[in-house]
Design a protein around this ligand. Sequence first.
Ligand code: NAD
Length: 306
Amino acid sequence: MNVLIATDKPFAKKAVDGIRTIVEQAGMTLSLLENYTTQEQLLGAVSKADALIVRSDKVTREVVQVAPNLKIVVRAGAGYDNLDLEACSSRNIVAMNTPGQNSNAVAELALGMMIYMARKQFQPGTGSELRGKTLGVHAYGNVGRLVAGLAKGFGMEIYAYDPFIPASVMQADGVHVANTLEDLYSRCDYISLHIPANDATKGSIGKSLLSLMPQGACLINTARKEVMNEEELEAVLAERTDLKYATDIAPGNIDALRAQFDTRVFATPKKMGAQTQEANVNAGLAAARQIVAFLKNGDKTFQLNK
Ligand code: NAD
């Protein structure tokens, strides 16, 4: 069995070495395509693969169609909007992600962004503290619950909204349950976004929610840019000169936002939530273990295209 790592943004060496060990100990071979620059390179490499590990690389219909032996694709990371799940299903290819493996890295970044915005992007002047402020965790999944835990350490009061998680789970963590999004947004000084980008959430964060936020509030987005209504964001920031927005995924209109709103807006130069050595290694090793478990024992625990 040939396991291919195809990454235009490579894993850390430690991750590749760990993946190799797991794959070879299972009697399989590892191929490596790193820093590729053309789709042809990807198509050529994947045509011989039984299993594929990617990071943010796009696994399109074209990719799965040129790979007659491909049985499993694993996105080493949480979000999987780079995988064409329908195309995978149409070829009976199991698609997986590695949930939870980079959550701590993202959660720490979210807290870092809150402090950065509270301290006016480290510009001279008087900032504010997180202690005593309310935080709204929008989606209480792997990242959301870690953000809640870290923020508690800062003395914040935490609310969360997630219709798919029982209220008892949040309450057991000492988190208040918001029954509606309107309730969450209107209560919280900070909102931290952790929803996936899907048909229900794309473009869903816009004027109707943002304008409910209290005076001086700040929205932190380490989820996906697609969940924002970027035009409405710009309009609300213009209208509400107290609101702030920090994101790990620069919006299409970032230049316009920066020009108009200065330190009220921040975007990382390149998505960096999961870019820690630890997350890199955790996600890569998890992907390798999941591939071995599937190919050897048919384990489909993390299958996305059920
Ligand atoms: P997760 O799957 O563990 O959690 C997602 C949560 O969203 C689940 O609890 C689910 O119940 C909830 N949810 C789904 N639809 C919802 C809706 N309509 N309203 C409210 N809640 C809803 O995912 P995660 O690992 O916590 O990741 C969260 C987000 O962070 C994803 O968008 C992911 O793509 C993104 N992410 C970004 C980076 C980065 O580098 N910035 C890295 C990892 C993950």
